[in-house]
Design a protein around this ligand. Structure first.
Ligand SMILES: C[S@@+](CC[C@H](N)C(=O)[O-])C[C@H]1O[C@@H](n2cnc3c(N)ncnc32)[C@H](O)[C@@H]1O
Length: 187
């Protein structure tokens, strides 16, 4: 189920890019991110999810609810760590499962309505971010930007982690309640 926080992430991409772009989204969920991006921009988007139901729901939302999109989306049932990427991308975008179990700030509504795998980071807190950074380095040909939604208390930890990578530029952005919730990386 899409959350209002994710709108801020989508806005960052909508504001920056007007050219035709190839986009990779990690974690389709309901398809909200690629559907909005494709509605407003001439993007070609590959959107992956490890969960079969998420892919089915995303396809329904794409084909049934918004049939006249400008851009084009391919929803792919796959684990991004195991998928063979043969395309070049300009943008990677993701609202990954970054929450830590027992976080008191997660609302009970969110806990009741979201599948656990869609919310919680597996094993180690920043693992999925590390995997996305490694993927970006591996598939980068020319230039590539990464846009990520992050936990309200992860800026410092991610800042430290990012010191291990030689990325050209790293920027954090706040959401409407002035919490650091988005990360943009120029790889
Ligand atoms: C927080 S939800 C985001 C859903 C949607 N993009 C949004 O913003 O509302 C994270 C999604 O990532 C997916 N996911 C988790 N691990 C993944 C992996 N290794 N490969 C692909 N998708 C993954 C989950 O199944 C879930 O649908």
């Amino acid at each position: 189920m899409p959350q209002p926080d994710t709108e801020g992430l989508i806005d960052l991409v909508l504001k920056q890019f007007d050219k035709k772009c190839n986009v990779l989204e990690i974690g389709s969920g309901s398809g909200v991110i690629p559907i909005i991006l494709a509605k407003y921009k001439n993007f070609e988007i590959d959107s992956l999810d490890i969960n079969k139901k998420a892919i089915k729901l995303s396809k329904e939302n794409y084909y049934i609810k918004l049939p006249k999109l400008k851009g084009k989306i391919n929803f792919i049932y796959a684990d991004f760590n195991k998928y063979f990427f043969s395309k070049e991308y300009d943008i990677i975008i993701s609202n990954p499962p970054y929450l830590v179990k027992n976080d008191k700030e997660i609302s009970s509504w969110v806990k009741r309505n979201q599948p656990k795998k869609a919310l919680y980071s597996p094993k180690e807190e920043l693992l999925i971010f590390k995997e996305i950074f490694e993927l970006a380095k591996k598939i980068k040909k020319d230039e590539i930007y990464i846009f990520l939604e992050i936990g309200y208390n992860q800026k410092e930890k991610l800042g430290n982690l990012l010191k291990n990578y030689n990325f050209k530029k790293v920027d954090f952005f706040k959401d409407l309640s002035k919490k650091d919730r988005y990360l943009k990386i120029y790889v």
